[in-house]
Write a protein that binds this ligand. Structure first.
Ligand code: CDP
Ligand code: CDP
Length: 213
């Protein structure tokens, strides 16, 4: 399957630096930045608003199906909206959403819908899309695949420096062990460990690894 526009895929575990790196790579190249974690977070926010227990897969499936996530492009990046409400960073990164998001994201029907939405975004123009399964499942045909990593200690300390109480190791465990599209290093991806380098250095390494025309 050939893609209408280039898609740079960036995957990796929680708090590895994916969002920061993807945003800066997109800015440098003039591509649109898509944070797919925010799409799973938006569905999770809607599921929690509906009062659903995130461990109850059937109830999650029903509540998720009742809420469409829209992704309008604003200032070079996609926002996430549910029922016309543009979700703020505070809503997307709240403690309850952090605790529930990996439980919601392991439900296959939730993934099927969001993967279809993510593929549809490929039509809007060149993208940097970041998440867990972008190079392995969403755009496996892309020749531009990056896997961003950092040690567990570095990731936990970066997340707490951001002021979030986030069970990074627990989310990684669920994300790697789930049956539907687990977190893996995609075939053909360049692995960049940014435990001990700056964001700018990581961005330089990503751009150097990409074989863009
Ligand atoms: O930014 P951080 O690494 O903490 O997480 P995120 O990218 O916002 O993703 C939140 C959660 O959504 C992940 O822990 C996964 O459970 C899920 N996710 C996913 O399953 N597939 C994606 N493509 C992106 C996120
Ligand atoms: O998107 P993801 O959860 O993978 O990570 P992030 O939100 O981009 O990065 C987590 C934090 O680590 C942010 O505050 C980044 O500025 C910081 N970071 C850093 O200090 N140095 C790096 N090489 C990468 C990220």
């Amino acid at each position: 399957m050939s893609l209408p526009n280039p898609v740079i895929t960036i995957d990796g575990p929680a708090a590895s630096g994916k969002s920061s790196i993807a945003r800066l790579v997109a800015q440098r190249l003039g591509y649109t930045y898509v944070n797919t974690g925010n799409m799973y977070r938006a569905v999770t926010w809607a599921v929690l608003q509906a009062g659903v227990d995130p461990h109850d897969a059937d109830a999650v499936r029903t509540a998720a199906a009742a809420n469409v996530v829209e992704s309008p492009v604003v200032d070079g990046r996609t926002q996430v909206c549910v029922g016309g409400h543009a979700l703020s960073d505070v809503e997307l990164n709240s403690d309850p959403v952090n605790r529930a998001v990996s439980l919601v994201a392991r439900v296959p029907e939730v993934r099927e819908r969001l993967v279809a939405d993510q593929r549809a975004l490929g039509a809007i123009g060149p993208l940097v899309m970041e998440g867990r399964d972008i190079g392995s499942v969403v755009f496996p045909g892309s020749p531009h695949k990056i896997y961003v990593d950092a040690s567990e200690e570095v990731r936990a300390s970066r997340r707490s420096a951001q002021g979030h109480a986030d069970q990074v190791a627990e989310r990684d465990r669920i994300d790697k062990q789930r049956k539907a599209s687990p977190l893996v290093i995609p075939e053909g991806a360049t692995v960049i460990d940014n435990s001990h380098i700056t964001l700018d250095q990581a961005v330089d390494q990503v751009i150097a690894a990409l074989k863009l025309a």
